[in-house]
Design a protein around this ligand. Structure first.
Ligand code: GDP
Ligand code: IMO
Ligand code: MG
Length: 422
């Protein structure tokens, strides 16, 4: 039976999903985003040019692949239009190969204002949201108030918009938040018009038909498992299910039609925004990783927090997602370290554990490390697995043994070509 594959981030986002989707797209007919929205920033590099996508799937630069924005995604028309404009400037013809689900929810200008108001009211307990309106939009979705892409075609779209905005104005007044909506609305409606040049589809039918016809589908996750609304470090998470099951809800793919589950992780860890991070290196070593790895957000430009690889967290993500193969990113960033630490366990209430407990706050877990030898050589020009230094091969084997899943790609640079197939 033909099945859809799913590609996910296993850490706190920014693992390098965009790069790998781009690398894998030639093997697929359809690339589909299933959750999240413009909080995502997926980077791909080829021919010396770097591209950052927020809502549009990372298969868009390939000539034939169809790219679908699924029902589980939330769309900010203004950001979406900017992405389309960038593609137009590059001469990418997206009209025939970019399709949007009618069931995807729209981010209104007031959702963004509410995001900012909510974060401001949380003070030092803020989530560290990207402020793209993600939380408030998903709240309206589950609250059954949301506006969807399919509504754009309805004659009373403007009326529906106004009803929702009135509700938001009351909430903004509650937050005593000052704003100027009149400044934001014209661009939003212009962008809604721009969206109309694309084809709105019943993506669940499209995707299931494609599966029946034997088409190869790759579902592209956004964020990472440790930011999942159910399984992440709540409340410091995003507002969608970033795990594999999210691809079922966010595209209408039945669980028995999920095939391979590709888990993407960095050779170390990063996190942007607030929340616990057991293996964080709030020191010179962390700064060195940040500088070499250029760990600054693709969406907000914020400095990413950095730390060593966390095996308990990786195992947790592998279990929850049913990961069938792993891809390890940014191995080149660790090239200049004589020794590398790997967190193998936590001490939790005096006991050694190798899973993620309810809370991973510093008061609850202390990471236990094993130190391995670094590879200390430039990897970025290598082209085959036989060329990998022994210490890196050992690092790969160590992780495979610890988690019980094979690593099929080791990434050694941001470019499409800097990809070693194992
Ligand atoms: P995503 O959100 O998972 O798609 O990841 P981001 O694009 O937010 O962040 C990953 C960053 O690392 C981007 O700047 C990529 O260009 C870069 N990158 C991806 N793979 C590698 C790699 O193997 N080595 C290095 N040095 N950079 C990489
Ligand atoms: P990609 O797809 C990294 C983080 C934010 C914040 C929390 C909630 O590029 O990996 P939100 O805007 O969703 O309300 O923010 O989640 N976050 C991400 N961190 N990569 C992302 O996406 C992220 N999307 C959201 O920094 O801590
Ligand atoms: Mg990113």
């Amino acid at each position: 039976m033909n099945k859809a594959d799913v590609l996910l981030g296993l850490q706190w986002g920014d693992e390098g999903k965009g790069k790998i989707v781009d690398v894998l797209t030639p093997k697929y007919d359809i690339i589909a985003r299933f959750q999240g929205g413009p909080n995502a920033g997926h980077t791909l590099e080829f021919n010396g040019i770097k591209h950052v996508l927020h809502t549009i799937p990372s298969g868009i630069f390939h000539p034939t692949a169809i790219n679908i924005v699924g029902n589980g995604v939330v769309i900010d028309p203004v950001i979406f239009k900017k992405e389309l404009d960038a593609l137009t400037n590059m001469g990418v013809d997206f009209k025939s190969k970019l399709l949007i689900s009618k069931r995807a929810h729209l981010i209104l200008p007031t959702h963004r204002l509410l995001d900012a108001a909510s974060e401001a009211s949380k003070g030092k307990n803020k989530i560290g949201s990207t402020l793209k309106g993600i939380g408030p939009t998903y709240m309206d979705k589950t609250g059954r108030n949301g506006l969807r892409v399919g509504d754009i075609e309805s004659p009373d779209f403007k009326e529906k918009y106004n009803v929702l905005v009135e509700k938001h104005k009351q909430l903004l007044a509650f937050h005593q938040y000052e704003y100027n909506l009149a400044e934001l609305e014209p661009a939003w409606f212009t962008a809604i018009d721009a969206l109309k040049q694309l084809t709105f589809i019943d993506s669940e039918h499209y995707v299931n038909d494609a599966i029946k016809k034997g088409k190869k589908i790759l579902a592209e996750g956004a964020q990472g498992s440790l930011l999942d609304i159910d399984f992440g470090s709540y409340p410091f998470v995003t507002s969608s299910n970033t795990v594999c099951a999210g691809a079922c809800n966010g595209l209408g793919i039945a669980p028995n039609k999920i095939g391979g589950v590709i888990g993407i992780f960095k050779a170390y860890c990063t996190r942007v925004g607030s929340g616990p991070f057991p293996t964080e290196l709030d020191n010179e070593t962390g700064e060195k990783i940040r500088q070499i790895g250029r760990e600054f957000g693709a969406t907000t430009g914020r400095a990413r927090r950095t730390g060593w690889l966390d095996i308990p967290a990786l195992k947790y993500a592998i279990d929850i997602n049913g990961v069938t193969e792993l891809m390890m990113m940014k191995a080149d960033v660790l090239s200049d370290f004589a020794n590398i630490d790997i967190c193998t366990h936590y001490i939790h209430r005096g006991e050694r554990i190798d899973y993620l407990p309810f809370s991973i706050e510093p008061s609850e877990v202390t990471p236990v490390y094993e130190t391995v030898k670094g590879w200390n050589c430039d990897l970025t020009k290598l082209t085959a697995k036989e060329q990998l230094p022994k210490e890196l091969s050992d690092y790969v084997k160590y992780i495979e043994k610890a988690v019980g899943v094979p690593i099929t790609i080791v990434s050694i640079g941001p470019d499409r070509t800097q990809t070693i197939h194992m």
